[in-house]
Every structure is written in structure tokens, then in C-alpha cells.
Design a protein around this ligand. Structure first.
Ligand code: HEC
Ligand code: HEC
Length: 272
């Protein structure tokens, strides 16, 4: 019987050591400090820009994670993964400076210098000053809410994914420079821009797909222009097929796309 007890203890000790390693190693990544690149943002103002901010906060997914009124919410919670919370943003814009918000959004660096996780700043890195201004001025006029959902608490599996590099610190991901707002007349470039800022959050920064998350994007051979529009804005695939998650995405994000933008995405992805 003694060998059983010993084996049991041995397995337990190895398990404990592995977990301790994952905790320490991930904590290093979480605590690491980063310096944002100083940037001057050319802020655009006006009523139209606020409405545009409301629309972009849909298309770019802020609402999907931070909640309908950006009041903050738990993005996921699971025994092994722990809890990931997208914080309440209704008071952020007035508490933080433009540059602090710029650094979180486009560079993945929080005011205390640590990186965000899960928040897709590597996709937002390409966001133009105009779109950033729109979202910023939308944040400024939100009604402050007191909601404070339970904070993030990384579980062992999430930490393991950090250590494996599957959940990178956004501040350490490839940092694209913001696009200059000179592309809107070209459908292909507009399509490239929208897929870089939005679709890449799931389909991968280079749209080559992410294991376990979403397939590679491009060569829309199964779709004609109209079918593509229906997939994005209504979540319907040809012949009534259901594509997992697309109905929610249509509802939360892509029904807010303008026809011109849907066409631009189609134009770009078809020729990729
Ligand atoms: C996939 C989910 C997701 C999306 C999409 C997303 N966020 Fe976040 N956001 C988060 C999470 C999670 C955090 C907390 C990150 C951390 O602390 O590591 C966060 C943090 C932030 C912060 C920092 C708040 C603070 O006090 O530290 C700001 C500002 C922010 N998000 C704004 C936005 C805006 C604006 C958009 C849309 C352009 C957006 N987010 C889209 C998940 C998301
Ligand atoms: C929140 C994550 C997410 C975002 C953002 C997202 N997708 Fe997807 N997409 C998925 C997933 C997951 C699948 C695979 C669904 C399946 O095959 O069950 C998918 C599949 C697809 C497909 C293939 C559908 C089929 O026929 O099986 C197309 C086309 C597509 N996405 C286009 C886009 C475009 C264009 C955008 C940006 C405008 C986008 N997606 C943004 C998660 C996402």
C-alpha cells in the first residue's frame, strides 16, 4: 500500500510544482511594464462624430465585450479559466487623458504601464485618428454608471495560455502604426482597413485564422456579394445554413455596417 501513497504524493507534488511555475511565470508577464510611444492625436469634434463613435463602438466590438452601454461586464467565467472582465468605461474618458486612452486602445498599455490581455489592442493599432476621435467623444458623453462587475481573476488555464504565448500581452504584439485617413475612396483599401481593425480580432492579425477560434478569411468562393452581406449583417449563410456565432455578431456588430462598407469588405476579401 505504501507505494500507492508515494505515487499519489509524487504526482501531487509534480502537479503543484507545475502550477506554481505557471503562476509565477504568467505573473511576470502580467506585471511587466511597457512604455507607450508618445503620439499626438488629431482630435475631430462635432455631433456627427459622436454618432459615428456609437456606430464604431458596435462594429469594432467594444459593446460586445464592455456591454450595451459600455457599463462593463464579465466576458467569460469558468472554473479553470477564471474570470475575465471588461471594465466599466462610462467614467473612463473623463478620468483618463486622451493619451492614456490612446495608449490602452491602440498600444495595449494601461495607465499603470502594464499590458491589457484579451482586449484586442493589436487589432485597434491600425485605427485612424478620426475613428479614435469618434470613439473617444462617444465615451465622453456616456452617462456615468456605477456598475463594477467583479474584477478579472486569471485562472490556471488562462495563465497557462499566457505562458504558451497563446494569450499574448497586447503590448508585446506586433504594433502597426495607425492608418492615415486617406483610403476611404478605395473600396479595397476600406475593406482592408475594416477587416484589420474588426475581423482580425477573431480571424487573426493576418486573417490567416486562429486555431480553436476562427478559420482563415479570404477567397469567398462560397459567397456572392448578396450572400456575403446576409452573412455579415443577418448571420445567415447560403441555403439557410447556420454558421456558429454569426447571428450574434450580426446583431451586436455588423448590422451597423453601411452597404458601402459591406461591399468594400467583399471586394477586399474576394481578391485576397
Ligand atoms: C474581446 C473583448 C474586448 C473588446 C472587443 C474591447 N475590449 Fe476594452 N477591454 C477588454 C478587457 C478584458 C479589458 C481589461 C484588460 C486588462 O485589464 O487586461 C479592457 C480594457 C479596456 C480599457 C482600459 C480600462 C481601464 O480602466 O484599464 C479601455 C479604455 C477599453 N477597454 C476600451 C475599449 C474600446 C473603446 C473598445 C472598442 C474600440 C474595446 N475596449 C473593445 C475587453 C475588450
Ligand atoms: C468574435 C469573433 C469573430 C469576428 C469578430 C468575426 N468572425 Fe468571422 N467567423 C468567426 C468564427 C468562429 C467562424 C467559424 C464559424 C463556423 O465555421 O462554425 C467564422 C467564420 C466566418 C466565415 C466563413 C463562414 C462559413 O461559410 O462557414 C466568414 C466568411 C467570416 N467569418 C467573415 C467575417 C468577416 C468579414 C468579419 C469582419 C467583418 C468577421 N468574420 C469577424 C468568428 C468571428
Amino acid at each position: 500500500m505504501r507505494w500507492i501513497a508515494r505515487t499519489f504524493l509524487g504526482v501531487f507534488a509534480v502537479g503543484w510544482l507545475c502550477s506554481a511555475y505557471v503562476y509565477l511565470k504568467s505573473q511576470q508577464t502580467i506585471n511587466r511594464s511597457h512604455v507607450p510611444e508618445p503620439r499626438r492625436v488629431a482630435l475631430v469634434s462635432g455631433d456627427d462624430i459622436q454618432n459615428e463613435g456609437a456606430r464604431l463602438s458596435r462594429i469594432f466590438g467594444c459593446v460586445s465585450c464592455h456591454g450595451d452601454r459600455l457599463q462593463g461586464q464579465i466576458v467569460y467565467e469558468h472554473t479553470l479559466n477564471g474570470r475575465i472582465t471588461a471594465p466599466n468605461l462610462t467614467r473612463q474618458a473623463s478620468n483618463l487623458t486622451v493619451n492614456e486612452i490612446e495608449a490602452v486602445l491602440r498600444q495595449g498599455i494601461k495607465p499603470d504601464g502594464t499590458s491589457v490581455f484579451v482586449m484586442p489592442s493589436a487589432s485597434f493599432a491600425a485605427m485612424t485618428d478620426r475613428d479614435f476621435s469618434a470613439i473617444f467623444s462617444y465615451l465622453l458623453q456616456l452617462t456615468p454608471e456605477s456598475a463594477s462587475p467583479k474584477p478579472t481573476d486569471y485562472g490556471l488555464l488562462t495563465r497557462y495560455r499566457m505562458v504558451r504565448g497563446q494569450l499574448p500581452a497586447a503590448a508585446q504584439q506586433r504594433r502597426t502604426q495607425p492608418w492615415r485617413d486617406t483610403f476611404r475612396a478605395s473600396p479595397r483599401r476600406l475593406g482592408e482597413y475594416l477587416s484589420t481593425v474588426s475581423c482580425s480580432q477573431c480571424h487573426g492579425l493576418d486573417l490567416q485564422g486562429v486555431d480553436g477560434r476562427a478559420p482563415a478569411l479570404g477567397r469567398l468562393s462560397n459567397y456572392d456579394r448578396v450572400e456575403f452581406g446576409e452573412l455579415l449583417t443577418q448571420g445567415l449563410a447560403p441555403a439557410g445554413r447556420q454558421v456558429a456565432g454569426k447571428a450574434d455578431l450580426a446583431e451586436q456588430r455588423y448590422r451597423f455596417l453601411e452597404q458601402e462598407e459591406v461591399d468594400a469588405l467583399y471586394e477586399y476579401l474576394k481578391q485576397r
